[in-house]
Design a protein around this ligand. Sequence first.
Ligand code: SAM
Ligand code: SF4
Length: 339
Amino acid sequence: MSDSTQAVKENQLVDRFGRTINYVRLSVTDRCDLRCVYCMPENMTFVPRAQLLTLEEMETVGRSFIALGVDKIRITGGEPLVRKNILQLFNNLGAIDELKDLTLTTNGTQLKKYAKQLKAAGVTRINISLDTLRADRFHEMTRVGELKRTLDGIDAAIACDFGQIKLNSVVLKNYNHDEILDLVKFVIDRGIDISFIEEMPLGENTHHDRAKTYYSSDEILEDLRQHYEILPSTMRTAGPTRYFQLGEHENTRIGFISPHSHNFCESCNRVRVTAEGRLLLCLGQEHSVDLRHVIRANPGDRTALDQAIIKSMEIKPKGHDFNLNSQTILLRHMNMTGG
Ligand code: SAM
Ligand code: SF4
């Protein structure tokens, strides 16, 4: 590594609250082949393609963050694997030595086609969203999806031997809360992990009343305690998940992402970049910087982009204030946010 790179490397991103930012979630599209009821409305309006960052611009953003000390990038969306030529981005980011962890969050529908190529590109870990094992419910919760495609995708990923495969399940009372044990058995049988997620109030939701469908992580833990010995896990990833181990099932970890019941802001180490190049400093607040403008105003010069990212640390908020009963909600849906 050259001296100049070393100097930049030491330039870690630290916010006003002393939190070091070493993790970026990069949303590569707001589009998706599913329409999950907690994520977006049925007839979602997507961003016009010309407003999206190109894949080259996304790589430039990734390179800036890496030069500023970020060593973990998660590619997300929308559904990242529906973006045309997306492997190009995985291949180019995967080839950067300083990037320790290149991960993906996907609904799994395209994994049968892409799993091997993602592994070859250097993807270390994959999160796959699956809320139910029942085909009719899957169709109901995703509005359009076919369960088998996601199950085939999970099998394809398992066959490729990624460092970690984790299911993400958003749990809604009276939709899928009665499937927690089935989902846990599914992951135990396959030696993979699962995280249960409390729904976050992103975007208006006319489909269901979020306060009524709230099913807390503690309720899930209680359900599991009836059948398993719950042990604390030593596992830590860069994300907000709290992990537990189930008795002797040592190949499976059970995680909880609990924005309502266990606020995770104190240890926040991450920022998000939307598919339009908006750097979001907090999942639950609107503080942001328009990186697309910076890139397009300074073609071929990454210094301005680096500086904009460094300066953004001054406006990273202390935390979100999600409130299930509040009338004020963020207008931004999860697919726009980069979950
Ligand atoms: N399409 C990919 C997928 O579904 O995995 C990646 C993007 S999706 C927005 C990322 C994660 O956010 C998924 O695990 C999804 O279940 C979760 N998610 C979507 N809307 C949510 C909400 N309102 N609250 C909590 N999690 C949500
Ligand atoms: Fe698509 Fe993922 Fe949102 Fe479901 S959660 S609609 S799969 S972006």
